[in-house]
Structures are given as structure tokens and as C-alpha cells.
Design a protein around this ligand. Structure first.
Ligand SMILES: C[S@@+](CC[C@H](N)C(=O)[O-])C[C@H]1O[C@@H](n2cnc3c(N)ncnc32)[C@H](O)[C@@H]1O
Length: 467
């Protein structure tokens, strides 16, 4: 998925300073320590990151996914309280998982922007100073909300239609009181630093029971609901979760409200999300007057569910916060790119072209890259997905270059080259974090790019797209 240069650089040194200030105020980072200190990171943060990563990976084991027992046997209920140093566990989450998940969600909002959502009538409310209401479920420290704030800020700044940002009322629902307290404080500061001043944050400490509706039916409607890395922690079959999602879409989204679901890219959890999409479409979409907008751009059968061990995920590149680069060096983790699976619902019965005004042509002739794309002589080759499912596909390079995404990428590449830092600046932010430092401005297709107004012909093992 492509993201603009400015967005990819949102977590540089200024972000680190802001986060350090917050953590000192919470008493979680000693006055004489910084997040650049290898000694402090090794002692106080890295052991807890390993613990959390192990826990999240265990959730992807086949025994835990797809069953009503999912999430039950891994101590998730108490993991914020457990262990010898719960504050450092929170610190590990805040420094490692909050920024990464925030960037993932911001990229999803950016994808809405790239597809022309913020130019549509459906998004009018974001261009006024009226109050926007955002709900995050399983909020942790508010990472998903931070992602909404960042993505929205980036989209509104680039649309140039206003100077003042809307007022936002944030609502966070989270089972851990201590993490929620951090979330309320941090989100207010972070959103305010992006220009969403005078916003309010309300936290609700609540343990959501997946066998019941997540919110009381009389609870209010929201303009945006976000759930980031939360469903994977909930017990429940895809059928039950599709029902829960339908209740939220039907009773708790305003007209044209959007619901963003961001989940891990791991196979079991990604497939669970794809199954939820499929079941929602089959069982609920007709009565709901709503639709799944992204990533699939339609309600066609999922191309990845036809095979038993296939799945679908996205990938984004960013400049890691400086301390995260050090942690990656010390641990061997590699977070230069971040992957995830996602869905975006909208409560609107309108045609997709009216909502995503950047789309051209018909849905039958529209395909999305869902894998890395390789150069093969005069062609590009990669997996695409569309109304008729998933297939390997070749396309003439020159044909891709006339696509809307390629044209936008060419303009952006030229701007990036112009803004390229001098050598001494690159030493602070190593080139490895800057995939856009490519000298070559010729756009190559990326996962998430679209081929529009093309037809597929030929061999099922490798089709050819042409006009
Ligand atoms: C992996 S964290 C994700 C936090 C945040 N949304 C993010 O993207 O970083 C999952 C969060 O969901 C919370 N959670 C898990 N099960 C919950 C439940 N049944 N009710 C409320 N919160 C829950 C956990 O306490 C945890 O903070």
C-alpha cells in the first residue's frame, strides 16, 4: 500500500521526544533515561516485548483461531496485571505496539483518501468544524484512535479545503484500567499536536463479552468506529463476530459513518477476518444498507478463501521512530515494513463510485494487486484479485504506467527526489528506512495498486491483462 512521504515520516525524532515527555509524566521513564539508551531498552523494555510478541503469536496457532475457545487459554484477561513489572509491560506496549498499530490504521485512512473518499459527499462532515465522534474498541493505549487522528490529519492537510480541523470526541473502550488511563492522556496530547485541539477523550473500562452486543442498543451512533488488533483477542466464531459487527454497523454508525477493522497479517487471524467479511455479506449486508468498501472494492466472493491455506494482507513502509530502530537492532525484529489485514465498512447504500470518487471504469474490469510484483522482461507479474477471484497476471509495463496509481506514484517520486536529504542527513535516518529513496522514478506496481479498465485473457495459471 502506498503512503505519502510526509505520512511515512510522522514518527521521527519529534514523535520520540513527545512520547518520552509523556512517559516521564506518567513516571514510566526515569528523568535521567531516554529511549535511546541501549541499557535501559535491554533491561526494561525488550524482555516485555518478547513476552508480548510470544503471546500474540500464540494467538495465531490453529488451536486458538476459529474456535469459541479462541483467546481463552493464554491469560489475555490478566496480561496487563500479570508479571513482576506491569508498568514496564505497559511501557513495552506503548513504545512498540502503539506507534506500529497507529501507523497501520493511519495507512488505512490514507487508502480511503487515495481512493477519493475525502472528496465525496459522504465525507463532507470531515471538512467542517463540527463534532466528529470516534469510538475505539479494545483500545489499549488508544493506538487505533491515534492512527485515525494521523490519517485524517494527513488527508485533510493534503485536500487543502480548510485550515481548521474538526472537533473530535473520542471514546475508548478497554478492559485494562491502567492502560486506559494512559490512553486517555496520550490520545488527547497526540491528537492535539496534530491540530485536533479542544477534543475530548472519554474512557470506559469495560470487558466486552463477545456473546452479547458490544454496546447497548440505545448507545449513540459514531462517525468512525475503529478496532485495531482487538478481534483476534476475542473468543467467538466468525459467525458470531459477523453478527456483532453487523450490530455496530446497523445501530452505532451514523449515515456515511465508517468502521475500520485492522488485524494481524498472520494466516489464521487474517483468514478469520476474511471469513467474517464473507459471512457478513451473505447473512447481513442486504438488510444493513451498508457495504464493505476496502480493501476489496465490492462484495464478490473472497479470492483467498478458495484455497485452504491462503490469506490476504497489506504491507506499508515507514521511517521507524529512532528508538525502534535500536530495539530492532538489539532484538533482530524487523519493522521497516508493517503488515496487517483490514476491512473498512461504510453505512451507505450508495454506489461505490460515489463514495470512492477516485475509482474509474466498472468493477468487472477493476483488479487490485494483492502480492509483491516482479519485473519479467517487458511485463510485470503478480497476483491480482477482482470480481472473478484471484489470479496470477502479467501486464505490459507500458500499460501499467498509464494507470491512475502509476501516474500519482510518478509525481510523488519526483517530489521525493527533489526533497531527498543531503548525505549527512541520511546518516541520521538510514536509507534502509526509506524505500522511496529509489533513484529510479519509473513506477512499479505495488501491493494495493489498482488496474482499472482492463480485461483478463488466457491461461488460468498466468493470465494477461490488456485493454
Ligand atoms: C493487542 S491490544 C490492541 C490495543 C490497541 N487497539 C492497538 O491497536 O494497539 C488488544 C487490547 O484489547 C483489550 N481487550 C482484549 N479483550 C477485551 C475485552 N473482552 N474487552 C475489552 N478489552 C479487551 C486488551 O486489554 C488490549 O489492550
Amino acid at each position: 500500500m502506498r503512503t505519502p512521504l510526509k505520512l511515512t515520516k510522522s514518527f521521527e525524532s519529534h514523535f520520540q521526544l513527545q512520547l518520552e515527555g509523556f512517559l516521564r509524566d506518567q513516571g514510566a521513564l526515569p528523568e535521567d533515561e531516554s529511549l535511546d539508551s541501549k541499557r535501559f531498552l535491554s533491561r526494561s523494555i525488550i524482555p516485555h516485548i518478547r513476552r508480548l510478541s510470544d503471546l500474540f503469536n500464540r494467538l495465531d496457532s490453529p488451536e486458538h483461531a476459529h474456535t469459541p475457545e479462541a483467546g481463552k487459554n493464554v491469560g489475555l484477561d490478566q496480561y496487563w496485571q500479570k508479571g513482576s513489572n506491569p508498568q514496564n509491560l505497559r511501557l513495552a506496549y506503548m513504545t512498540n505496539f502503539m506507534p506500529t498499530n497507529a501507523f497501520r490504521v493511519a495507512s488505512i485512512v490514507q487508502e480511503l483518501s487515495r481512493r477519493g473518499f475525502f472528496q465525496s459527499k459522504a465525507a463532507e462532515r470531515f471538512h467542517t468544524e463540527d463534532k466528529i465522534r470516534v469510538l475505539e474498541l479494545g483500545a489499549g493505549p488508544g493506538s487505533g484512535s491515534c492512527g485515525v487522528a494521523l490519517g485524517l490529519s494527513s488527508a485533510l492537510d493534503s485536500s487543502n479545503t480548510q485550515t481548521k480541523k474538526p472537533l473530535i470526541e473520542w471514546t475508548l473502550v478497554e478492559q485494562s484500567k491502567s492502560l486506559l488511563d494512559w490512553g486517555e492522556n496520550w490520545l488527547e496530547r497526540y491528537a492535539s499536536s496534530l491540530g485536533f485541539t479542544q477534543s475530548t477523550v472519554k474512557g470506559f473500562c469495560k470487558k466486552i463479552d463477545p456473546t452479547k452486543p458490544f454496546l447497548p442498543k440505545e448507545a449513540r451512533r459514531f462517525d468512525v468506529i475503529v478496532s485495531s488488533f482487538f478481534l483476534n483477542e476475542l473468543a467467538g466464531t466468525p459467525e458470531i463476530l459477523a453478527k456483532r459487527i453487523n450490530e455496530l454497523v446497523t445501530h452505532h454508525l451514523t449515515d456515511n459513518g465508517i468502521f475500520i477493522l485492522c488485524e494481524p497479517a498472520l494466516m489464521q487471524q487474517s483468514r478469520r477476518l476474511l471469513e467474517i467479511r464473507q459471512l457478513w455479506i451473505e447473512n447481513h449486508s442486504k438488510q444493513a444498507k451498508s457495504q464493505v468498501l476496502l480493501p476489496c472494492l465490492g462484495h464478490q466472493a473472497c479470492g483467498s478463501l478458495t484455497l485452504k491455506d491462503d490469506w490476504c494482507h497489506e504491507e506499508v513502509s515507514w521511517w521507524r521512530p529512532p528508538y525502534l530502530r535500536i530495539i530492532d537492532q538489539l532484538t533482530g525484529f524487523d519493522r521497516k515494513t508493517l503488515d496487517f489485514s483490514y476491512l473498512v465498512f461504510i453505512r451507505s447504500p450508495n454506489q461505490i463510485g460515489e463514495i470512492l470518487t477516485g475509482l474509474t471504469g466498472t468493477s468487472e474490469k477493476r483488479f487490485r494487486y494483492i502480492s509483491p510484483v516482479k519485473s519479467a522482461g517487458p511485463d510485470y507479474e503478480g497476483f491480482i484479485c477482482g470480481q472473478s477471484g484471484k489470479s496470477n497476471c502479467r501486464i505490459k509495463k507500458s500499460l501499467f504506467e498509464t494507470s491512475t496509481d502509476a501516474k500519482a506514484a510518478t509525481i510523488e517520486a519526483a517530489q521525493i527526489l527533489e526533497a531527498m536529504p543531503k548525505k549527512n542527513e541520511t546518516e541520521q535516518a538510514p536509507e534502509e528506512d526509506a524505500p522511496f529513496f529509489k533513484k529510479d522514478t519509473r513506477p512499479t506496481p505495488e501491493r494495493g495498486d489498482l488496474l482499472e479498465e482492463v480485461e483478463l485473457r488466457g491461461d488460468p495459471a498466468c493470465k494477461r491483462a490488456s485493454r
